[in-house]
Design a protein around this ligand. Sequence first.
Ligand code: PEP
Ligand code: MN
Length: 338
Amino acid sequence: MIITMQRDATPEQIRAVCDRIRELGFAPHEMPGAQCTAVCITGNKGAVEASLFTRLDGVADAVAVSQPFKLVARETHPEPTVIEVRGVRIGGGGLCVMAGPCSVEGREQVMTTAAHVRAHGAQVLRGGAFKPRTSPYEFQGLKDEGLRLLAEARDATGMPIITEVKDTETLDRVAAVADILQIGARNMQNFSLLERVGKIGKPVMLKRGLSSTVKEWLMAAEYIVASGNRDVILCERGIRTFETLTRNTLDLGIVPILRHLTHLPIVVDPSHGTGVARAVGPMARAAVAAGVDGLMIEVHPVPARALSDGPQALTFAMFEEVMRDVRRIAAAMDQELS
Ligand code: PEP
Ligand code: MN
């Protein structure tokens, strides 16, 4: 249930509503909005009687939420969530490009890539330090040294950094450095990790699971928000289908559906979404045309030598060209690079 407060409701009236919700054994979630505050109820098994709240002072309305996910639903929060990190805005109209190598491999590699992507319009630097790899024999990332290099690249370029948090064990070390925590596709339903990042005051980008439905994905996002962290970004990165010519099938069709269902910012990752460098640019353009808030793109100085995801990495020249095209599509959509 979502309780909408009157525009002039006082903090005491809002507190009284939250107290009443707790008294009934449920959890209140205050959601301040541009017009008024709403209070969302979670923890109820069945329907809650609206009249329990509509008679309280300062309450404008109380209605049931139709979706199983509540806090991430647009129903409960009509305005888009806008996340601000080191001066970069994600969500709410602009386009945010996150770019960088799949894995941080060394100082020179990450510094040159960071400088290049920044020079061509990326606002956030990506790079994996703790890498979840399909094979235990593959490069597992530079780990803490990778984090240190990312921080150095941030200092040099001013770009906020996003990196994956692979498990609860290393979460604190990653969270001490990262500006945005990435939860990878393989961890989308790692509920203990979701709850833990929900208690950390840094934005989280939740990638869609390899075989997850949109509803499962939104329920996973709900875990993070219900644990106390509202700054969640959704990232479509392709799903597993019968097709083998692409690494994953990029599911762009869900962009407008997500937009309708949730207020969270939507990012598309055409790199993992296709796994094929030549497909990245066209799918980045298509994603912008579909109305996303951001893109995540893998770039490497020498893709042929990349220690992970070389086949999908853009060269510097390719990234430059993709950004030129993306800007034109964004302009046609009246969207500016944030
Ligand atoms: C990545 O971003 O490098 C990554 C491992 O992505 P995903 O979790 O989408 O496979
Ligand atoms: Mn990768």
